[in-house]
Design a protein around this ligand. Structure first.
Ligand code: COA
Length: 346
């Protein structure tokens, strides 16, 4: 079977940095509370008028530049925050990247979106329906946050991360390993936007304004996230014929620092092996793993030849994990998160 192999990586962050102190200016919270419970110090939120497609297009352009190509056969966008409920965001992104006519679709698995999107890209390549795929995780989560909800407004953030994948062999560096994916719809209520979809619309009952915002039952989510991320990571290793001792770097979805630490402890992974950017960018949902791969590559904390273990968890509920050997690749990022990281505006 043809494998999907990483050929390029790019990311885009909005310019606007939102500090914990800024949030504490209008919410009953504090920098100390947010840092100690989530590990988050700052996050990026879009300025008025900037959409998910804008971030996705920029990250996609930079991933194409990283791959040294200007066309792919298919675009997949993983997002919880599409520009519109209908149509999907991917066709617009493909067209803005100069690729009108190609396959383009969205995937929604909330914070597991990057791994479900990867599965879609892997499938397109394995079946011979595409030789190259641009897979973008992109979010403008700030647009669905309830500004009055301190339980979510301090955690979620905006950004985009993208990979270019090409057809290749399973033994090559960059080949995506077996993907373990799972879901449990009985717990859909833990992470949801209650109104605006067909269930509320067909009820004929108008919803209160707060029901159009994102809601999360944080404490319950925490418990499920730790269990599912740990179990799926172990299963992905086992399906790849590997053990924990084969892993060089752990790349968890940046839900929050406490979740990453708890999963790492269960797996026996050290803090030095765990890559993280949640302190600077918050939880960017479907964009999180792509953004982390790009930043960690640009900073040099991910290097060619290292074996990575990736895992994620999100609304649905959904979860997933996979492994790969990181290839020789240069990451391009639109908006440098700290001095010293290469900046390349698209
Ligand atoms: N600032 C100050 N206090 C806050 C707060 C904030 N931003 N958010 C919640 N609180 C309060 C709660 O209202 C509650 O107060 P009460 O005891 O008076 O009712 C108290 O802190 C404890 O709330 P709880 O939700 O139990 O806190 P917690 O220790 O579980 O931490 C989260 C809250 C959201 C940080 C935590 O549950 C969490 O990390 N959950 C996972 C969320 C996540 O990462 N989701 C993404 C998955 S993809």
């Amino acid at each position: 079977m043809r494998a999907a192999v990483v050929k390029g990586v790019g990311a885009s962050l909005p310019q606007r940095v939102v500090t914990n102190d800024e949030l504490a200016g209008y919410l009953d919270t504090s920098d100390e509370w947010i840092r100690s419970r989530t590990g988050i110090g700052t996050r990026r939120w879009v300025d008025a008028g900037v959409s998910t497609a804008d971030l996705a297009t920029q990250a996609g352009a930079l991933a194409l530049r990283s791959a040294g190509i200007d066309r792919v056969d298919a675009v997949v966008v993983a997002t919880t925050t599409p520009d519109r409920l209908c149509p999907a965001t991917a066709p617009e992104v493909a067209t803005r990247l100069g690729m009108t006519g190609i396959s383009a679709h969205d995937v929604n698995a909330v914070c597991t979106g990057f791994l479900y999107g990867l599965a879609s890209a892997v499938g397109l390549i394995a079946a011979g329906n595409a030789d190259t795929v641009l897979m973008i995780g992109a979010e403008t989560f700030s647009t669905i946050l309830d500004p009055k909800d301190r339980g979510t407004a301090v955690i979620f953030a905006d950004g985009a991360g993208a990979l270019v994948l090409r057809a290749g062999e399973a033994h090559e560096p960059g080949a995506i390993g077996p993907l373990v994916l799972g879901s449990d719809g009985s717990l859909a209520d833990l992470i949801q936007i209650p109104a605006g979809g067909s269930r509320q619309r067909s009820s004929g009952v108008s919803a209160p304004p707060e029901d159009y915002f994102f809601k999360m039952r944080g404490r319950e989510v925490y418990r499920h996230a730790v269990e599912r991320m740990s179990a799926s990571a172990l299963e992905a290793l086992s399906r790849a014929g590997l053990t924990m001792s084969d892993v060089d770097k752990f790349v968890p979805h940046q839900a929050n620092q406490r979740i990453s630490v708890a999963v790492g402890m269960r797996l026996g992974i050290s803090a030095e092996q765990t890559v993280s950017n949640v302190e600077r960018v918050g939880n960017t949902a479907a964009a999180s793993i792509g953004l982390l791969l790009a930043e960690a590559t640009a900073e040099g904390s991910l290097r060619a030849g290292q074996r990575l273990l990736l895992t994620a968890f999100g609304g649905g509920l959904t979860w997933g994990a996979t492994t790969m050997v990181w290839p020789q690749v240069t990451a391009h990022i639109s908006s440098p998160p700290r001095p010293g990281v290469e900046a390349l505006a698209s």
